[in-house]
Design a binder for this molecule. Sequence first.
Ligand SMILES: NC(=O)c1ccc[n+]([C@@H]2O[C@H](COP(=O)([O-])OP(=O)(O)OC[C@H]3O[C@@H](n4cnc5c(N)ncnc54)[C@H](OP(=O)(O)O)[C@@H]3O)[C@@H](O)[C@H]2O)c1
Length: 291
Amino acid sequence: MSAVFPMYTIRPVLNVRRTMVETDVRLSTGYTMPTLGLGVYMNDECAEACKVALQNDYRMIDSARFYENEAQVGVGIRGSGVKREDIFITSKVFHTDFTYDHTKAAVKDSIANLGYSYYDLYLTHSAVGGTAARLAAYKALLDAKADGLIRSVGVSNYSAKHIEEIREAGLEMPAVNQIELHPFCQQKPIVEYCNKHNIVVQAYSPLLRGALDNPIIQKLAKKYSKDGAQILIRWSLQRGFVPLPKSSQPQRIISNNLVFNWNIEPMDMAKLDALDRGKEGAVTWNPVDVD
Ligand SMILES: NC(=O)c1ccc[n+]([C@@H]2O[C@H](COP(=O)([O-])OP(=O)(O)OC[C@H]3O[C@@H](n4cnc5c(N)ncnc54)[C@H](OP(=O)(O)O)[C@@H]3O)[C@@H](O)[C@H]2O)c1
């Protein structure tokens, strides 16, 4: 016999303060950027991942020349049925191209690879190469922006001292700094500097490259009926970062984006915050200290 439910049920009020997380953030250039994106590093054939992501509410893809998959991103976008203007696409120039002319040529080549006329965001991939080289590359990106090839210019793996060079040179400040960022490596001085200068912080390797077996992460996953990846992504969002989780598996791509209608309570955020091990906690190259 089927149960009879009243037409209106009163839901129990949860004694939990909801932490709202925006789905978009405004950059210093005036453009809006989604607060979560798909990473495609080490996914040479990423067209399918991009397509699945875009068909499941992602609106940002993070690529780079170094990943050699900019063309695959374009294929994925065209296959998704989502309009180019509704998607935020990033690429990066690697330090081996840090001269003015090489960086300008790199941007043009990235655009040809992608098969669309502009990038939403283009970053210097790291600060490797020394002051003169990184400023030359950065100026080339600003000029490509003036030419309409890039909408916003940013940097990656920069610490405050590298961004100060840009400020001291009187150049437009970066809209974004993309750095390794997760509970084990919270890069607090860089984040503080970026917050002060209205630079949005993107979090790369937010899933610890898949090493999710930490007992605290697993305990919280159980408590919230989520998986470890969702706990880390939600932590990043609640801290005001823009996480870029990478997956090549459709089910994971989908579940990694199911992080907007629940929240981690402050006492559990504190448990994740307490995992910080500074630079020791980095799981990738994290070259923020180069000269
Ligand atoms: N600017 C830079 O210098 C820099 C450096 C590194 C990364 N990045 C960017 O940031 C993105 C993300 O970083 P990342 O690729 O280093 O690492 P990540 O996103 O922290 O981790 C990716 C790993 O986690 C696995 N994974 C994904 N979802 C999962 C889930 N739900 N459960 C369990 N495992 C899961 C993936 O495997 P499957 O693919 O098999 O799911 C992959 O092995 C990159 O793709 C790239 O766009 C930038």
